[in-house]
Design a protein around this ligand. Structure first.
Ligand code: NAD
Ligand code: UGA
Length: 445
C-alpha cells in the first residue's frame, strides 16, 4: 500500500487514481479546477467514462480516494505523507505544434515548493523527449531547501471510452528513470496487473509514448489512403482490412477507414513529434503525410455531401440545404470533443452555407460551446427529419439499428453519408437511400 497523489483529475488522472485506490492504495487527487473537485466530493463525475463512476464512488466511500484543491493537504498529510506524485495535467498543442508544457511546469513547481519530504515524481502526461530532465531541473531550482527526489516517466496508453478497462489490462507498463530504485518502487504499484514492465531511461520512455501514438495514427492514415484508392478501383476497404488483419505482422486493429483520427491525443502528439524532429533538423516526411491524409479525410466527407446535394455553381454550394450529423464526439463512448472530426465537419458544412442539425448521446454540451448555430436534437430521428443529407459521424451503438424506414421517410432527400462504414451499403440502398461510405467501392468515389 502506497500513499499516492495524482495531479489533474481529467480523462487520465481520474481513471488512474480510482484504479490505484481500488488496488488498496491511498490516493489523493489534487486539481486547480475547484468546481471539478467539489463535484467529485459530491459524487458528480466531471467526464463521461464507462465504469468510472462506480469505481470512483466505491473507493471514495471506502476512504481510499480523496479529492482536494490543496497541494499541502495532498502532499504533506502528517498521517499519510505522499510517497509518489503522478503528474497527469494536459499537454495541449502550442502555436507551432509543440507540446505546451505550462501545466506540467506549474505542477512541478508546486511539488518543489510544497513537498516537505523525499518523494518520487512520476510524469504520466505525454511530454516531449527531455521533459523528465527539465522537470528535475525545475524541482531542484524551486525547492526552498534540498530534499531528495526522483523523476520517473510512466506514459499512459489507455483509450478514452474504455479507460478503466485499458488501465487495468495494459499491454505493457513503461517506466523510464535514471534512478533504478525509484523505477522499481513505481513498478510495484503495477504488479497486481501482471503486465509486462519495460524499464528504460527517461528519454526512451518518453519516446515510446510518441512513437506508439504516431504508429497507430499512421495505421489509420494508411487505411484511409487505401480507402481512397479502393474508391477509384472498385474494391471494398472493409474487406481489405479484414484480409490484411489476419497477417499477424499487420493485425486488424486500427485499420478502420473513416473520418480520420480525432481526439485530444493523436492529432497533438503526431504534431508534437514532427515538431521535435524539425527542431533537430530532421525532416519527418512520414508524419507530415499522416497529418495531411488525416486532414483530407474530413474534407472528403464534405465533398461527398456537396457532390450529392450541393450546387457547385454557388459560392456557398450547400446554401439552403439542411444536413444532419449523427454523433459529435471524436469516437464512441466519450463526451470528449477536442479535435473532434464531426465538429470540424459541422463547421465546414456551415461555411458552405448549410443549416446543420446534430445529435450525440453525451457530447452535445461540450460540442455546443463551439457549434453555436448547430441545432442540437433529442435523438437521431429528430436530427434526420427534413434533412437533405445525413452523416453518420460517431460509431455509437444506438445508431446501429435505427428505424431506417422512418429515417428515410422523414428526410427531404434520402442521402446518407456513412463516415464510419457502420452500415451495409446494399441494405441501405434497399432501404431507398442514396448511400456513400468510405472506400466501399466505385459508388463511394
Ligand atoms: P484533461 O484536460 O482531461 O485533464 C487535465 C486536468 O489537469 C484538468 O482537470 C486540469 O484542471 C488539471 N490541471 C491543470 N493544471 C494543473 C495544476 N497545475 N495542478 C493541478 N491540476 C491541474 O487531460 P487528459 O486528457 O487527462 O490528459 C492528460 C495528459 O495525459 C496529457 O498529456 C495527455 O496527452 C495524456 N494522455 C491522455 C490520454 C487520454 O485518453 N485523454 C491517454 C494517454 C495519455
Ligand atoms: C489514443 C490511443 O489509442 C491510446 O493508446 C493513447 O493512450 C491515447 O490516444 C493518448 O495518448 O491519449 P484515444 O485517442 O482515446 O486513444 O482513442 P483511439 O481509440 O485511439 O481513437 C483515436 C481516433 O482514431 C478516434 O477519432 C477514432 O475514431 C480514430 N480511429 C481509431 C480510426 O479512425 N480508425 C481506427 O481504426 C481506430
Amino acid at each position: 500500500m502506497k500513499n499516492i497523489v495524482v495531479i489533474g483529475v481529467g480523462y487520465v488522472g481520474l481513471p488512474m487514481a480510482a484504479c490505484f485506490a481500488d488496488f488498496g492504495n491511498l490516493v489523493t487527487c489534487v486539481d486547480i479546477n475547484g468546481p471539478r473537485i467539489e463535484g467529485l466530493k459530491a459524487g458528480v463525475m466531471p467526464i463521461f467514462e464507462p465504469g468510472l463512476e462506480e469505481i470512483t464512488r466505491r473507493n471514495a466511500h471506502a476512504g481510499r480516494l480523496r479529492f482536494t484543491t490543496s497541494y499541502p493537504d495532498a502532499l504533506n498529510d502528517p498521517a499519510a505523507p505522499a510517497d509518489m506524485v503522478f503528474i497527469c495535467v494536459g499537454t495541449p498543442s502550442g502555436v507551432d505544434g509543440e507540446a505546451d508544457l505550462r501545466y506540467v511546469r506549474a505542477a512541478a513547481e508546486s511539488i518543489a515548493e510544497i513537498a516537505d519530504h523525499p518523494i518520487i515524481i512520476i510524469n504520466k502526461s505525454t511530454v516531449p523527449v527531455g521533459t523528465g530532465d527539465w522537470v528535475a531541473d525545475i524541482v531542484r531550482g524551486k525547492q526552498p531547501k534540498p530534499i531528495p527526489f526522483a523523476v520517473v516517466s510512466n506514459p499512459e496508453f489507455l483509450r478514452e471510452g474504455q479507460a478503466v478497462t485499458d488501465f487495468i489490462n495494459p499491454d505493457r507498463v513503461v517506466l523510464g528513470s535514471l534512478d533504478a530504485s525509484a523505477a522499481q518502487q513505481v513498478a510495484q504499484l503495477y504488479l497486481p496487473l501482471r503486465a509486462p514492465i519495460v524499464v528504460t531511461d527517461l528519454r526512451t520512455a518518453e519516446m515510446i509514448k510518441y512513437a506508439s501514438n504516431a504508429f497507430l495514427a499512421t495505421k489509420i492514415s494508411f487505411i484511409n489512403e487505401i480507402a481512397n484508392i479502393c474508391e477509384a478501383l472498385g474494391a471494398d476497404v472493409k474487406e481489405v482490412a479484414v484480409g490484411m488483419g489476419y497477417d499477424k505482422r499487420i493485425g486488424r486493429a486500427f485499420l478502420d477507414a473513416g473520418l480520420g483520427y480525432g481526439g485530444s491525443c493523436f492529432p497533438k502528439d503526431v504534431k508534437a513529434l514532427a515538431h521535435m524532429a524539425n527542431v533537430q533538423g530532421r525532416h519527418p516526411q512520414l508524419l507530415e503525410s499522416v497529418m495531411q491524409i488525416n486532414s483530407d479525410q474530413r474534407k472528403s466527407i464534405v465533398r461527398k455531401v456537396r457532390a450529392l446535394i450541393g450546387d457547385a455553381g454557388k459560392p456557398q454550394p450547400l446554401a439552403g440545404q439542411t444536413v444532419g450529423i449523427l454523433g459529435l464526439a471524436f469516437k464512441a463512448n466519450t463526451d470528449d470533443t477536442r479535435e473532434s472530426q464531426p465538429v470540424e465537419i459541422a463547421q465546414m458544412l456551415e461555411a458552405d452555407g448549410a443549416l446543420v442539425k446534430a445529435y450525440d448521446p453525451v457530447a452535445m454540451e461540450s460540442a455546443g460551446k463551439v457549434l453555436k448555430d448547430v441545432k442540437m436534437c433529442e435523438d437521431a430521428y429528430e436530427t434526420a427529419a427534413g434533412c437533405d443529407a445525413l452523416i453518420l459521424a460517431t460509431e455509437w451503438n444506438e445508431f446501429k439499428n435505427l428505424d431506417f424506414r422512418r429515417i428515410k421517410n422523414s428526410m427531404n432527400t434520402p442521402v446518407m453519408v456513412d463516415g464510419r462504414n457502420m452500415y451495409d451499403p446494399e441494405v441501405m440502398r434497399r432501404h431507398g437511400f442514396v448511400y456513400r461510405g468510405v472506400g466501399r467501392g466505385y459508388a463511394d468515389a
